[in-house]
Design a protein around this ligand. Structure first.
Ligand SMILES: Cc1cc2nc3c(=O)[nH]c(=O)nc-3n(C[C@H](O)[C@H](O)[C@H](O)COP(=O)(O)OP(=O)(O)OC[C@H]3O[C@@H](n4cnc5c(N)ncnc54)[C@H](O)[C@@H]3O)c2cc1C
Length: 611
């Protein structure tokens, strides 16, 4: 075994900033390592509040690895048929697909978080004895009709019938209460900070008149929404599409519709929760169907929506955390009681069983720091750090379902071209903040289900999606508790391209909970104060789901080159099988969606099944 450790390695091993590391070679001297990994009976991370998402304790080991710290691969402590790095939807799918073909296989899924699901994170709240559920990340099965055939099949296999959401999701609740969108105009770009309600509901003349915009901007906003004009009349449909796929929506509004600067300032950050860049970097063709359809484009460009006619309703109360829970139910049935998509919503997961007696195990709070083939390439050795201790396991096969850009730090054997392909996938940082309030009367009184802030820390606050499934009922009365959704993503007006995501990540990791809390309070008071909302007494809990490594890289933005072929795309080069190692995660398709996570989980499992 390659268990030799030099003094230098040992010194490096002890210099870890976050604690003392006791390394495996010394365990053979000091006695056998503690291999009891199961979690306590009362371990239940969904009910934790405060700073969640990539919580403290989940990222430090990997960051020190990226900064150069090494943990030597030592004698292995356990042996598996398959090891999967990452217990997000992709890794869980890969494990399930493999297990299906090899029911007797010993599988270990390893994740650095204290919960499984990756971005698909469940948040629970308790208010006056009532349990309310929120989604901390991956919120919906977006456009299931567009899923790959394998992904559609998997969704069915784990027990989800997407048709049931037509019943579960009350599509007319908010409109029947006459609720809609409001905008809080900021006082830098406009004459005053002001909430204006009735966006896209009251006549545009009235909305504009209520706003703190200058007269030209008011008339331009009305024109933008009401004028039925083709702004590129001499071009064919194809020419228009080609042109507008290279023109940002910002420039389209500025140069073709010729709107006032203040109208541009309304929309500048409109797509921040989706693309996490300003509209000056989103092609007009990409944004056309966003948010029900962006103004100015419909008479110019043939509509080609990413969502088509399918409504955005395929949502469990905890988002796709239920997809992750249903996958875990398949992998370790005793850990997730129940048998249907309805009962999974209220199922109490028994975390103590995740890593106990079953053939497939999920090991949480464990960061993989090294992955390499053994000497004769008949297996893969993985070293992970858990509770400051390094452990090595051996697996016949390995699937890396973690962030693709981090893989080169784990796996030093990969060819240079593949490393470059993997590193291309710069992750997109954002937060989903959940705010528990005892009633939502202020929203009802002001006629709001969504508030957009033109330029503030949180880009928006929304009422929850009205979904009732199984025993979980959505609180339809404004007198009852509600989990609000607030989204923050940093906007760098002067940094363009993927560098702004690196800057956003740096800022996110250095922003303490108190800053989020202050903005939650001030922005809610600002929007709702005149209807009696008082953040000082009307907020009972806040959970900040911080995702410094959030969405997969977006490849539909203005800077993306036209790749000559599918094979030349960096993420395709990056995801190639390497010996006994396959690469999954939604990153492998450069698409921030569950379809990509599942499709590439299955593809990676198939690669491993074939050897
Ligand atoms: C806030 C947010 C909202 C989203 N909303 C939607 C939506 O509504 N619909 C949709 O389809 N998609 C959405 N997405 C996209 C989402 O990323 C995918 O749908 C999917 O959940 C990704 O799953 P995954 O398994 O590929 O990756 P992840 O969920 O990121 O899972 C990878 C796991 O690997 C772990 N890991 C990384 N490195 C290591 C290591 N060294 N050792 C151990 N573990 C490691 C990670 O911590 C993580 O837990 C959203 C994403 C975010 C961040």
């Amino acid at each position: 075994m390659n268990g030799k450790i030099s003094r230098r390695d040992f010194l490096n091993g002890t210099q870890i900033a976050i604690g003392t590391s006791i390394l495996s070679p010394f365990q053979s001297v000091l006695g056998s390592p503690n291999l009891e990994f199961s979690l306590a009976d009362d371990y239940y991370p969904p009910s934790l509040t405060g700073l969640r998402g990539s919580h403290d304790g989940s990222w430090e080991v990997m960051h020190s690895r990226v900064l150069g710290k090494k943990w030597p691969t030592t004698s292995y402590e356990e042996k598996y048929d398959l090891a999967v790095v990452g217990a997000g939807i992709s890794g869980l799918t890969a494990a399930y697909h493999y297990q299906k073909k090899h029911p007797q296989a010993k599988i270990l899924v390893i994740d650095n978080h204290d919960d499984f699901g990756g971005h698909a994170k469940r948040n629970e709240f308790n208010i006056n004895g009532e349990m309310r559920i929120g989604y901390g990340g991956t919120e919906a099965i977006d456009t299931p009709s567009s899923y790959s055939s394998e992904a559609k099949e998997l969704i069915k296999e784990i027990g989800i019938d997407v048709e049931k959401f037509y019943e579960a999701y009350d599509q007319s609740l908010y409109s029947s209460m006459d609720l809609g969108k409001g905008i809080v105009f900021d006082n830098q770009s406009f004459s005053e900070q002001k909430l204006v309600t009735g966006y896209n509901k009251i006549p545009w003349e009235e909305f504009a008149a209520n706003s703190p915009m200058n007269e030209k901007a008011k008339s331009d906003l009305v024109r933008l929404w009401t004028e039925k004009k083709d702004y590129l009349p001499v071009l064919s449909d194809e020419e228009k599409h080609n042109l507008l796929s290279k023109v940002s929506y910002y420039d389209f509004l500025k140069d073709y519709v010729k709107v006032d600067q203040q109208v541009l300032e309304i929309f500048r950050r409109w797509g921040m929760s989706f693309w996490v860049v300003g509209i000056d970097e989103v092609p007009a063709t990409s944004i056309q169907s966003y948010d029900g359809g962006m103004p100015g484009l419909n008479q110019t460009l043939k509509r080609s929506g990413y969502r088509g006619d399918e409504p955005y309703i395929f949502h469990f109360p905890d988002g796709n955390a239920s997809v992750a829970r249903l996958l875990v139910r398949k992998l370790i049935p005793e850990a997730v009681p129940g048998s249907s998509m309805e009962d999974v919503v209220l199922a109490k997961v028994n975390y103590a069983l995740l890593d106990k007696n079953s053939l497939t195990r999920i090991r949480l709070n464990s960061t993989v720091v090294n992955v390499s083939h053994n000497q004769d390439s008949s297996a893969v050795d993985l070293t992970y750090v858990r509770n400051y201790q390094a452990h090595t396991i051996r697996a016949e096969k390995c699937i890396l379902a973690c962030y693709n850009s981090a893989i080169p730090y784990l796996c030093s054997e990969l060819p240079k071209k593949q490393v470059e392909g993997l590193k291309y996938n710069i992750k997109v940082p954002l937060t989903y903040t959940k705010v528990m309030i005892p009633n939502w009367r202020a929203f009802a009184e002001l006629g709001l289900d969504f508030v957009y802030y033109t330029n503030d820390f949180f880009k928006q606050v929304e009422l929850d999606y009205p979904v009732s499934i199984g025993g979980y009922k959505f609180n339809k009365s404004p007198n009852d508790p509600m989990v609000l959704h607030m989204c923050h993503s940093h906007h760098s007006i002067d940094i363009k391209g993927p560098d702004q995501w690196k800057e956003g990540r740096r800022r996110l990791l250095s922003t303490p909970f108190s800053v989020f809390e202050d903005h939650v309070k001030s922005q809610l008071d600002q929007a709702l104060g005149k209807a009696g909302f008082d953040a000082g007494k009307d907020i009972t809990a806040i959970t900040v789901n911080r995702w410094p490594h959030g969405y997969s890289y977006s490849n539909d933005l203005l800077w993306e080159p036209d790749w000559p072929s599918e094979e030349s795309k960096p993420w395709v080069i990056g995801r190639q099988q390497f010996g006994r190692i396959a690469i999954a995660n939604s990153d492998a398709g450069a698409a921030a969606d569950t379809n990509s996570a599942i499709t590439h989980g299955i593809r990676a499992a198939n690669e491993m099944l074939a050897i």
